[in-house]
Design a protein around this ligand. Structure first.
Ligand SMILES: NC(=O)c1ccc[n+]([C@@H]2O[C@H](COP(=O)([O-])OP(=O)(O)OC[C@H]3O[C@@H](n4cnc5c(N)ncnc54)[C@H](O)[C@@H]3O)[C@@H](O)[C@H]2O)c1
Ligand SMILES: [Zn+2]
Ligand SMILES: [Zn+2]
Length: 361
């Protein structure tokens, strides 16, 4: 029997979100219904609401979530009813060219549920990133459910489902940060701080946090930054060079995603170092630079989608590290809110007052 539950939708571009009744079909082949325990508020949810992703309104928002598998459809054997799972937006297909070449983190045919969740009048919903977890329950593909240690706090580990994984992976997977590396991170929101935490985890020697907001720099220190630079008061490039004996950092991560921050990342980098772009630019942004600089500086210029993660490989390990007290994931949860307060959480996010607000159901 299809179930009726409450969920947060964005009905039309720019309008405040609404808590309303939605209909969840029984899981079909390869599908799973998950009872959502917690879901973080990510900038991308706001981007959906503002029409910045596409025009497929109404959206069912929310995508950084953890919960319990409530029911499974035919043919599902990767998870069972009662499993505690973190949801992901990279259920790799195993069949596309990227997967077959052994690069599943670049899979361009990832799985989502085939059936649609709807409003009570039958209007089909577009779930954010194929998840839609600001809801009591949601329907996803089985591959979007990664089983993790059930003793973990869902409000904390659900954040691995998007921003924290994107930032940590930008450092560890894409930037390949290792022991003895010097690292600089521009933009210390949830994503940048996760990159800092990742760099710290793998033993980077120096981790320079750069932001315009002193409060953010304070949080960055708690997550492993060894040095901080207030970009509103100092020249970020010069500051990084000074802190790295004039060389520049081995890896610089741009967690803002603007032409000026990317340029800073490029010039704050050691000659043979790596730039990682994880902040998402908007379509109007352009970059103009001397081509010769690209040539003469060498090194690697990379972008990072979802931290080049593989959920099945990365989530369980990171949850274990968190439970062992070796990964301070709990520091990303600034506040816990109810499902009625998503719109308010967008305002709080705009004001720069949180790393993450997390809806607890
Ligand atoms: N690549 C991915 O897969 C992926 C996944 C999730 C989020 N993101 C993107 O990562 C970016 C960061 O997300 P977030 O949740 O951390 O956002 P956020 O708004 O919480 O953090 C951004 C931080 O950058 C700082 N900042 C802004 N302009 C700056 C500048 N010129 N110099 C220095 N600091 C500056 C702000 O003060 C803020 O602390 C966003 O663009 C988001 O869309 C990417
Ligand atoms: Zn694939
Ligand atoms: Zn997100």
């Amino acid at each position: 029997m299809p179930q009726q539950v409450r969920g947060v939708i964005a009905r039309k571009k720019g309008a405040p979100v609404e808590l309303t009744d939605i209909v969840i079909p029984d899981p079909g082949p390869g599908e799973v219904v998950v009872d959502i325990a917690a879901c973080g508020v990510c900038h991308t949810d706001l981007t959906y609401r503002e029409g910045g992703i596409n025009d497929e309104f109404p959206f069912l928002l929310g995508h950084e979530a953890a919960g319990i598998v409530e029911s499974v459809g035919p043919g599902v054997d990767s998870v069972e009813v009662g499993d505690f799972v973190v949801l992901n937006w990279r259920a790799v297909c195993g069949q596309c060219r990227a997967c077959k070449r052994g690069r599943p983190h670049l899979c361009f045919s990832t799985f989502n549920a085939s059936q649609k969740m709807t409003l009570t009048d039958g209007t089909e919903l577009s779930p954010a990133l194929g998840i839609g977890a600001f809801a009591e329950k949601t329907l996803v593909h089985a591959g979007q459910c990664t089983k993790v240690d059930s003793t973990a706090d869902p409000a904390v580990v659900g954040l691995l489902g998007c921003g924290v994984m994107a930032g940590l992976g930008a450092a560890v997977n894409t930037g390949n940060v290792g022991r003895d590396d010097t690292v600089a991170v521009i933009g210390c929101g949830g994503v940048g701080d996760a990159a800092i935490m990742g760099a710290s985890l793998v033993g980077a020697r120096k981790i320079i946090a750069i932001d315009r907001d002193d409060k953010k720099l304070e949080w960055a220190k708690q997550l492993g930054a060894t040095h901080t630079v207030n970009a509103a008061q100092a020249d970020s490039v010069e500051a990084v060079q000074e802190l790295t004996d004039g060389f520049g950092a081995d890896v610089v991560i741009d967690a803002v995603g603007r032409p000026e921050t990317w340029k800073q990342a490029f010039y704050a980098r050691d000659l043979a170092g790596t730039v990682v772009l994880v902040g998402v630019p908007t379509p109007d942004m352009k970059l103009e630079m001397p081509l010769l600089d690209f040539f003469s500086h060498g090194g690697a210029l990379k972008s990072s989608w979802y931290g080049d993660c593989l959920p099945e490989r990365d989530f369980p390990t990171l949850v274990d590290l968190y439970l062992q007290g070796r990964l301070p994931l709990e520091k990303f949860v600034t506040e816990r809110i109810t499902i009625d307060d998503v719109e308010k959480a967008f305002d709080t996010m705009h004001g720069g007052n949180v790393l993450r607000s997390v809806v607890v159901l």
